[in-house]
Design a protein around this ligand. Sequence first.
Ligand SMILES: Nc1ncnc2c1ncn2[C@@H]1O[C@H](COP(=O)(O)OP(=O)(O)OP(=O)(O)O)[C@@H](O)[C@H]1O
Length: 237
Amino acid sequence: MIQLHEVEIQAGEMRVGPIDLRIEQPAYVIVCGPTGSGKTTLVETLAGLRKQRRGQIVLGGVDVTRMRPADRDIGYVPQDSVLFESMTIRQNLAFGLNARGVGRGDQQRIVEFLAHRLEIERLLHRKPYGLSGGERKRVAIGRAIATAPDFLLLDEPFSALDPPTRHSMRQLILDLQLETNCTVVQVSHHEEDINALADVVVRMQAGKILETVSRGDFDAVSPCEHRETKLRIVNLT
Ligand SMILES: Nc1ncnc2c1ncn2[C@@H]1O[C@H](COP(=O)(O)OP(=O)(O)OP(=O)(O)O)[C@@H](O)[C@H]1O
């Protein structure tokens, strides 16, 4: 369960919140809304990167309100997908594993698996310089999911990608979410993302949640039916 209770953040001149939210896990949550409505601020706050003025955040039963970002069970892909430029792609993917003291053998096994799954094996020896936008996104996503977090935060992960790459990335993320059962919170402006991915849509406006539309309980249906059901339900929004 994602639970936010009266969360407030000061973002420059703008007050984001109070935000109250309850979302059952696992879910694919899309946060949408006009530019400047507070979507990134909300996601950064979940990641622990923004100081809250007040309120409480509970993720999967754990009160993370005062927890450091590294101690939250979260993978985060920021809007600009910043990579560690001095490290190889292999080292980028292994970063979180290394920080958690995972042994060399296990690190190697996980990195090879991720590289295969994300189709970036041929990039492992390279440094980020010169990677395409789509390749960077794949590495950033791989780095975020390497530690198998229960929560994956994606801030406009498909921006600046061409339509075919957007389509394949969307499919990849959906498959990963269904495979790992993690909860994804994704910022998106795009109707196709809502149609293809969302179990829950959180609409923000002027720093507040305007509405939360839930797509119901999909536990009993197959992944394929899952997507079709989502498509039907989005017409209600
Ligand atoms: N550090 C900051 N200093 C000043 N203003 C800030 C800061 N962070 C956020 N803001 C302001 O808070 C508001 C919300 O920003 P935020 O990035 O969360 O919006 P958003 O909904 O993600 O927008 P977009 O869709 O354009 O990415 C904006 O008006 C922004 O300028």
